[in-house]
Design a binder for this molecule. Sequence first.
Ligand code: FES
Ligand SMILES: [Fe+2]
Length: 367
Amino acid sequence: MTETITDLRRVGAHPDFWYPVSLSSSVRRGRVVPTAFAGERIAVYRTRSGAVHALEDRCAHRQVPLSMGAVSGEVLRCGYHAWAYRGDGRISQIPYLSKGDSRPPRGVRAYPVREAYGLVFVFPGDPDKAADTPLPELPAYGSPRYRTMSYSRTVHCHYSFMHENLLDMNHQFLHRGVVGRLRPELLGHESTKTSVEARYLFTHTGGKRNRGAGLLAGEGLTASDSSDVVTIRTEYPYQTLDLVPKGAARPAFRLWVAYVPEDAAQRTCHVYGLLMIEKPAIPGLLPLARPLIRRFTERVFAEDRKAVEAEQRAWDEQGEDRNHEVFPLILDVRDVLRTNGIPFTLQPDPCATTPQCAGTDPTPDQQ
Ligand code: FES
Ligand SMILES: [Fe+2]
């Protein structure tokens, strides 16, 4: 594949996919939460009966965010003059008007919405395509063999940096303090128009083996220095990582991740991750292991976040992508992200690096 002149950091995530915008647990009955996709603010709420809806977060009356409103039974009431909205975005009541008075012709945009895997997904693109666009398939999520940890974090960078970061395992030097010395050997990679898959053999070659890393890799409490095959795949627009200990039949864990741009310039993304961990052979070990695994993954993620946010700052300073990428499969994933996304020419958004004005809750969720 060849690089084109389009700056990848000016390519928007294609909206014709299902994107998570919240953890299900954050949208409790009777609660409305502000979320966003690429600068479109979306109010997600759960009615008293438990149905989840997603509406344009702007009242048709005076443009006040509907997320400042309140759920009342099955409707969402704007917090200002209490106009009531149904889940399809239509106005069901304007409390101070009597029947027959003039009304606005329509309400607000309603987004197709679905709940799966403990996440609320919306379809921000052409709504006619929503029904035929599948949600990601995650068989391990519901499997009795696996237990899932959820991650929800805002990262101040273009989503493409995240894909490149996870696929390019040559950055283990960054994690040397947490994981010791890991030697990644590329076993092979395959690219299509919509995907890049890379397989690595990971060998621990020195330094202390992290207990959380060992538990995550299915090694039990006595971490060994075994080798693991790690398969990472960008299947537009999602990414997965499976780790299979050498000789094992099944992954010790599978990670699924979506990077959801928040601001219009897409210089901030929200990361939703599902880490599906195989239950250990020793009963009762997983509850003990969970805090160690959580701590390990948070430390690794913090290091990755530092690197990708630094990359974004360099882009901001220089106003263009001056990366000199040399790894073939990363050149491939750049092409996949470029050709499957939609170019845009927005000016940088001052909100992109200011958590207080990002579209979603600035306090990271986790469970
Ligand atoms: S601004 Fe929403 S009801 Fe008036
Ligand atoms: Fe990393």
